[in-house]
Design a binder for this molecule. Sequence first.
Ligand code: MN
Length: 463
Amino acid sequence: MFTIDDLADRLGGYLPSEEIQQVRRAFYYAEQAHDGQTRRSGEPYVTHPLAVANILANMHMDHQSLMAAMLHDVIEDTGVTKDALASQFGEAVAELVDGVSKLTQITFEDKAVAQAENFQKMVMAMSQDIRVIIVKLADRLHNMRTLGALRPDKKRRIARETLEIYARIAGRLGINTIRVELEDLSFQAIHPMRAERIKRAVARARGNRRTTMRQIQTSLQRRLDEDDLTGSVVGRQKHLLSIYRKMHDQRKPFAEIMDVFGFRIITDDVDNCYRILGAVHNLYKPVPGRFKDYIAIPKANGYQSLHTTLFGPSGMPIEVQIRTREMEAMANNGIAAHWLYKAGQTERPIAVGSHARAREWVRGLLEMQRHAGDSLEFIEHVKNDLFPDDVYIFTPKGDIMELPQGATAVDFAYTVHTDIGNSCIACRIDRHLAPLSTPLESGQTLEIITAPGPGPISPGSTS
Ligand code: MN
């Protein structure tokens, strides 16, 4: 079993002993406060905050975040007050715990207004201190890892909320290691059979591809060595949900998705990134139109990298990402990379930049909130900002449905229920009759008109 001593050992790698001592103190306090409480698994409750702190330690978060992780359920579950925490551990830690507790009380239900208000609460909590949401993400991650024996419907509800809210926020903050794990755990909870099938197919495909992967890796690495370019080439794996989404949204067969070979090349500096790009384009011809320079133009969450696709041996596509070590840390940890470098005492401009961008984002949300006329308008703004690729459609009752960009009323009908999909004959968009094939736009209210019968009228549906 993982203990506080194990954690303290790990922290020794990046925190001064005085701070590690404070983390220990928070642990013992939590252990006492939760005394007698157990998790569903039967383990003492304190194993949970300890695991949450460990997730943050892997991201090299600061000691206050770790202390808040230890204490994050104390106010909620044991009746200890915020003031008591403040006098024990200082104002900053007490504020963090209070912020996390407030987030914990929020559940995202389907009702639009309740959801809008919850979004507002969440933005408020984040705006006080961005570490609140990082601790909360780690908390959710550990809960997802230990969903275990929950009732299937409860499991699915938590998984949906994780996918729709927390994984997105992790993505928006660039914390990709957490985003990817949250996505895969949610996918497995919502669609256990599909996840299992894809997992098995991936394992099989990986076995078959191993030789080819190694050959390409060797030839890329050899080219770098020949050109005196420092850089290491590693193979890249897609995660379960990203495979499933490609199959589902782009209607691609599994074999075609697995046909792409992914590599990442990590080097020291930006200059080398472009030199390496030249070298690999020289080795294999690039696929026209696939090159992207996210170094010159970073993504909104701070992600930086060069992306290119090459025609590999016998024409197989090879996707290559080229980036520096700092960019790699950013790509994995996003905003949390800020603390990673702070702990190392060397403030790197890139990590500082990411922190500034995240603050900018939260500030922007607050600004929106001031200008938005009501909660629903606000949630529309936030959702557009968090989920730019989706459209949000209101049902006549005011529920919000999320659909991919380009979705039509028929997609909407099937999202509501298969029976409605099968029996829809027309629709009203904002109360006007419209063809079922009209692409939907965010904010529209959509009503589906159904009739018993064979389903949407389309050529060939006569059987
Ligand atoms: Mn918790």
